[in-house]
Write a protein that binds this ligand. Structure first.
Ligand code: P5A
Length: 446
């Protein structure tokens, strides 16, 4: 993409209304624009990041056996009356009437809707397990929408729903999602810690929240430091191996980690030696629930078991805050110049900065690099504006491209261009060919 052909409304000034770094940076980098309180338009740069996150979430959900579907945003109130949640959900639910005066709502979540689908489509224990998911906009009329996309009213969620014959099997489904969340968040460059949490309005007796530690987090958390160092790394995962899944969940839940509502000060002190006790703040990026037959019973969603008896489905639901993740990743990865994207979600992998736009040699070198890198499938932003070098550097640092290629007459005279790494700040002068080879190897085109 050529910057002169792009839509990147960056701001130099720090917007007064933004209280935390990610909100400030998303506005300054021209990623979002507020439409009304807690409701945002996603501008080109922000939309690209959102799509990159979605892609990773889709891949990891499907690896873990979940099947993509798409349910509507608008639901009928009758569906929610069946579960008893229409009244219970309270003022957070956006209630609408259609032209026929029927009560409708903008879905805050989809347990009811998916249970109705499961009821119609699942007949026998042989049809199980099934896990259906979508990535769809939700609306919750939060009392205090704040921090930009972190606590929005309209937000994008990945929500998956599992159906099993009994609790034991449902727990296997739960474990697969648990493990896939660890992998998903690591791929997004995040260190997420699963914590025992309350189940709230979704219900059930088993729930974990996945949180990243950040000073600006809305939840207070208590954990054993050892958990903050655990990683899956490159290890292979066999989602069909129930024992492996249970063992991984076991490893990640062996030490104390709880959110405020579940915290027990006496247990914390008894279980965790003082030097490993961490009290911190966290951003909730995922939340998973096992709620048994809470929805299947009122809906009469049952299947025939191996003995021929009709039994209610056992369900769980599994959420990821996809739009919140954009803010969460920035909270975890920025400096005073701007955003530092992990390569997996960066809107552009490489920024090419032409130090002297209009200089025939610099222009030709930039065009050639832009073509060659683009031909390898690398997303390149070419800053071809007629602007001073300082302004160009400020823009590419702000928007956080992992790699920066600086091209100017002085280097070209020596036969080199400069490659810089946004995270480490390291730079290196090398020939255009060597640079293309380096980036080809970096992005797996070697
Ligand atoms: C799980 C999937 C649920 O709604 N039903 C379907 C269950 N869980 S949850 O914890 O309430 O939400 C799941 C994740 O969505 C994100 N989230 C939000 N993101 C931005 N703004 C909000 N107002 C908001 N509310 C929830 C969180 O990441 C949460 O973990």
């Amino acid at each position: 993409m050529r910057l002169t052909r792009y839509f990147l409304p960056t701001m130099k000034e720090t917007p007064a209304e933004a209280q935390i770094a990610s909100h400030r940076l998303m506005l300054r980098a021209g990623m979002i624009r507020q439409a009304s309180a807690g409701i945002y338009s996603w501008l080109p740069l922000g939309y690209k990041v959102l799509k990159n996150i979605e892609r990773i979430v889709h891949e990891e959900q499907q690896r873990a056996g979940a099947i993509p579907v798409m349910m509507p945003t608008i639901q009928s109130a009758d569906l929610w009356r069946e579960s008893g949640r229409y009244d219970a959900y309270g003022p957070e639910m956006l209630r609408i009437k259609d032209r026929g005066d029927r009560d409708m709502l903008y879905g805050p979540t989809n347990e009811e809707q998916i249970t109705e689908i499961a009821k119609a489509g699942l007949k026998s224990y042989r049809d199980l397990p099934v896990n259906l998911y979508h990535i769809q906009w939700k609306f919750r009329d939060e009392v205090r929408p704040r921090f930009g996309v972190m606590r929005g009213r309209e937000f994008l969620m990945k929500d998956a729903y599992s159906f099993d014959i009994d609790r034991e099997n449902a727990e296997r489904s739960y474990n697969r999602m648990f493990v896939s969340y660890l992998r998903t968040f690591e791929r997004l460059g995040l260190k997420a810690v699963p914590m025992r949490a309350e189940s709230g309005p979704i219900g059930g007796d088993m729930a974990h929240e996945f949180l990243i530690l950040a000073e600006t987090g809305e939840s207070e958390v208590f954990l054993d430091r050892t958990l903050a160092d655990l990683t899956l790394g490159e290890r292979g995962l066999d989602y069909a191996d129930d024992a492996e899944m249970a063992a991984i969940r076991g490893d990640w839940t062996a030490s104390y980690a709880r959110t405020e509502d579940e915290h027990d000060a006496a247990a914390f002190e008894a279980e965790v030696p003082e030097e490993r006790r961490v009290t911190a703040r966290g951003i909730e990026i995922g939340h998973i629930f096992y709620f048994g037959t809470k929805y299947s019973e009122p809906f009469g969603a049952s299947v025939v078991n191996a003995e021929g008896a009709s039994v209610p489905l056992h369900g769980g639901s599994y959420g990821i805050g996809v739009s919140r993740l954009v803010g969460g990743i920035i909270e975890a990865s920025h400096d005073d110049k701007g955003i530092i994207w992990p390569e997996s979600v960066a809107p552009f992998q490489v920024a090419v900065v032409n130090l002297k736009q209009g200089d025939a040699e610099s222009d030709a070198a930039c065009e050639s690099l832009y073509e060659r890198l683009g031909a390898m499938g690398i997303e390149v932003l070419y800053d071809d504006r007629n602007e001073r070098a300082g302004g160009k550097f400020a823009t590419v640092d702000l928007i956080g491209c992992p790699w920066k290629v600086v091209v100017g007459p002085r280097g070209l005279k020596e036969g080199t261009v400069e490659l810089g790494n946004r995270r480490t700040g390291e730079t290196e002068n090398l020939s255009a060919d060597a640079l293309v080879n380096r980036l080809a190897a970096q992005f797996g085109h070697g």
